[in-house]
Write a protein that binds this ligand. Structure first.
Ligand code: RAM
Length: 505
């Protein structure tokens, strides 16, 4: 395949979004009281924002005879206000924790903090002033930033109050992740991941309709593919565009489905023709993961395939299902490209993909399905999980009727590995929808995302396990993100899949 990576990056750069800046101030104003050692103030901005914060500080009393030493902490969710980072022992960098220790040698001063934060609350703690003066906070404000254009937001009529709230919070989540690219989370990891992009793009089609941002991200992934043309799991845009050196089986494959949904929404055939070879390549690379019986080879390498952040999850059956799902999408793309007269694909190519997908389906039925349980099982220990079974349903390994039976059996299974991310819950809801279980899908959506709302969410979280509020795959919930792209999908489910109370029956 010709190396067009540089050209793809150049195209992506043409679609850089225009940023929208708005200055906001805390709802509760500034304290009237001057502050001494040990005092602290919490500023509540009333909603979740992403941006740069400015504090104007001065002093009262005698001349400032020692630096003012303060700690400033930024929290997306209220619970973070009470979390103590000093004993953080998680396995991802504590550099993500949003707090600063600052000396102000000379007052008055204007502190313009250089980092971009994701927050609703800003807590200022006075660590030290002196006996002779006190600290005054004259003003606090933030220049907030997003590339989402609120005036382009499509309206949605006929929602119940709860649905409206879920929709608003989902849109807020998407909006605040819309930056120079679709970020996964503005607190962490602040970069473009393809699994997140795939879902953000769907929510964007239902709301802001900023399709050029999806196009930019697709070109970025194609432009940062490696020498083998494999799409990486995520990429950075600063200081310059660079792909990360991590790969995940499912994430590389999702390039295909993301391109297909982009085409369905925009009919932008030029982009599809440009990126078609990159899509084909992901399938070819994924083929190498199968044994001679067309069964996915299992692996215990952490993160070889993602599916969900449940660390106990075996990925074999889920990976097989994602492959089938993606190959079906590839066949659709191939037809589109063929209809447009492209020479990159032939009828024979399509036929051979059809044979391959049939082989993978037969193998899944024969080797990964437990007839007695009516469930897919994964790995040496025949693990049953929501992830594997939801993906098997989405892949259409069996027909709708049997798929509904599988999901019913899953509900009854007491030993199933559960889901921990809204990302996986989204796929479960889609699986229910795909086999006609609309009511169950609706109940699941409203109880899971509604649960976060009841928890006070202004934006939806990266991880939410109603059974365990401290769930974190990182060794500590301090680094969890509370505005996370992959949780914004209820707006898509309600607006585009008709998953609302009014549409049940
Ligand atoms: C998390 C990221 C991102 C996700 C990956 C797999 O670390 O925040 O959302 O796509 O995991």
């Amino acid at each position: 395949m010709t190396d067009r990576r540089l050209e793809f990056i150049q195209i992506a750069e043409k679609y850089k979004p225009k940023m929208q800046i708005e200055t906001v101030r805390p709802l509760n104003g500034v304290p009237t009281k001057a502050l001494k050692d040990g005092d602290s103030v919490i500023f509540d901005f009333g909603n979740h924002y992403v941006g740069h914060v400015k504090l104007c500080l001065s002093s009262v009393g005698s001349h400032q005879d020692a630096p003012a030493f303060i700690k400033v902490k930024f929290c997306e969710a209220e619970r973070e206000l009470n979390e103590d980072s000093s004993n953080y022992q998680g396995w991802i960098s504590k550099g993500w924790i949003q707090e600063e220790w600052i000396h102000a040698d000379v007052l008055p001063t204007v502190l313009e903090l250089p980092r971009r934060y994701a927050f609703r609350y800003v807590k200022v703690e006075v660590l030290a002033v002196s006996g002779k003066y006190s600290l005054v906070i004259d003003s606090v404000e933030a220049d907030t930033i997003t590339s989402a254009q609120e005036n382009g937001l499509a309206t949605c009529e006929g929602l119940t109050d709860m649905e409206k709230r879920i929709d608003e919070v989902a849109i807020r989540t998407l909006r605040n992740c819309m930056q120079d690219v679709f970020e996964d989370g503005p607190k962490r990891d602040r970069r473009l991941w393809i699994g997140d992009l795939r879902l953000q793009a769907l929510a964007n089609y239902a709301t802001f309709g900023q399709n050029d941002l999806v196009k930019r991200c697709l070109y970025l992934f194609a432009g940062t593919a490696d020498e083998n043309d494999r799409v990486r799991s995520c990429l950075f845009t600063e200081p310059e565009i660079e792909g990360d050196d991590t790969y995940m089986f499912d994430y590389s494959l999702f390039f295909i489905d993301t391109l297909l949904s982009y085409y369905k929404e925009t009919k932008d055939i030029e982009t599809v023709l440009d990126l078609y070879d990159t899509a084909t390549r992901q399938l070819e690379i994924a083929k190498e993961y199968f044994d001679e019986k067309h069964v996915m080879k299992d692996s215990d390498v952490l993160g070889w395939c993602f599916l969900d952040w449940n660390l106990g999850l075996n990925k074999q059956a889920g990976a097989q299902a994602v492959y089938i799902y993606s190959e079906k999408a590839m066949i659709e793309l191939a037809h589109i490209v063929l209809e447009h007269g492209s020479e990159n694909v032939s009828i024979q190519d399509i036929e051979s993909m059809k044979t391959d997908v049939a082989n993978k389906i037969c193998a899944a039925r024969e080797h990964l399905f437990d007839e007695t349980k009516c469930l897919f099982v994964s790995g040496e220990n025949k693990q049953v999980s929501y992830a594997a079974n939801a993906w098997a349903v989405l892949a259409g390994i069996w027909d709708d009727e049997k798929n509904a039976e599988i999901l019913a059996a899953l509900e009854k299974e007491t030993n199933a590995e559960m889901m921990v991310t809204p990302y996986m819950h989204h796929h479960y809801v889609e699986a229910l929808l795909s086999c006609g279980e609309k009511e169950k899908a609706y109940k699941h959506m409203t109880s899971y995302w509604g649960g976060m709302i009841e928890n006070g969410a202004d934006t939806f979280y990266e991880l939410y396990n109603p059974e365990n509020p401290f769930e974190s795959p990182y060794g500590s919930s301090i680094v969890n993100s509370y505005c996370h792209a992959w949780s914004c999908t209820p707006t898509y489910l309600m607006r585009m899949c008709g998953l609302t109370e009014g549409n049940l029956s």
